[in-house]
Ligand binder design. Structure first.
Ligand SMILES: O=C(O)c1ccccc1NCC(=O)[C@H](O)[C@H](O)COP(=O)(O)O
Length: 211
């Protein structure tokens, strides 16, 4: 089975174009004002994409009105929740929004991974990301890794993707150790926080395609 990727935190036409041209399965747009990758829903909606490329909106404990508006304005095909959303809230939003909902699970230990089981029947997919350090400004997009071997042999409750600190140099090990078939990357394809780099996007997606 091929390995595919979501390029997260896109905000410019050239980087969206690079992600599409080099085979990203998903484009990610962050709707969180504290993030250097924050983008207005209407601006994200202005970026065209072919039907086979998914458009994922990233939110942190969002207001329902913002969510519903962003799904329409940015033409999202899925929503990624990166805050403290409970299984009940995830299930309710999934029903209300009418698009698949991905839930981020912050991982440092095996017990953190197990916490994702509570979202079976509520979320469509789990995104395993590195747990941020205490006091971090952001819950994601920090370029931090967790121990990928925690995923080796894990009985996943839902379809899932691997995230956190990936880059072109490490992606082979990440996939080999974790068994991931879908990856998510942000900092590893940037030249500064929030500034995506078309060459790094190309290099990462080419490395992924060779796996
Ligand atoms: O990227 C952000 O700025 C962000 C802000 C708030 C919540 C989530 C955020 N990113 C979520 C992602 O899906 C990132 O791609 C993921 O955390 C991996 O990031 P990185 O370790 O930088 O590759």
């Amino acid at each position: 089975m091929p390995v595919s990727a979501k390029i997260c935190g896109l905000s410019t036409p050239d980087t969206v174009d690079a992600a599409i041209r080099h085979g990203a399965a998903y484009l990610g747009f962050v709707f969180f004002p504290k993030s250097p990758r924050d983008i207005a829903p209407e601006r994200a909606g202005g970026f065209g994409s072919p039907a086979h490329v998914g458009r994922v909106g990233v939110f942190v404990d969002p207001e329902e009105d913002l969510l519903a508006y962003a799904v329409r304005a940015a033409r999202l095909s899925a929503v990624q929740l990166h805050g403290a959303e409970t299984p009940a809230r995830v299930a309710a939003l999934r029903q209300r929004l009418g698009v698949p909902v991905w839930k981020a699970v912050a991982v440092r230990t095996r017990a953190d991974l197990d916490a994702g089981r509570a979202y079976r029947g509520a979320a469509d997919r789990l995104l395993y990301d590195a747990k941020p350090p205490p006091g971090a400004d952001l819950p994601g997009g920090l370029g931090l890794r967790f121990d990928w071997s925690l995923l080796d042999g894990f009985d996943h409750p839902l379809p899932w993707l691997l995230s956190g600190g990936l880059d072109a140099a490490s992606v082979g090990d990440a996939v080999g150790i974790s068994g991931a078939r879908l990856l998510d990357i942000s900092s590893g394809v940037e030249r500064a926080p929030g500034v995506k780099d078309v060459d790094k996007i190309a290099t990462f997606l080419q490395a992924t395609a060779r796996l």
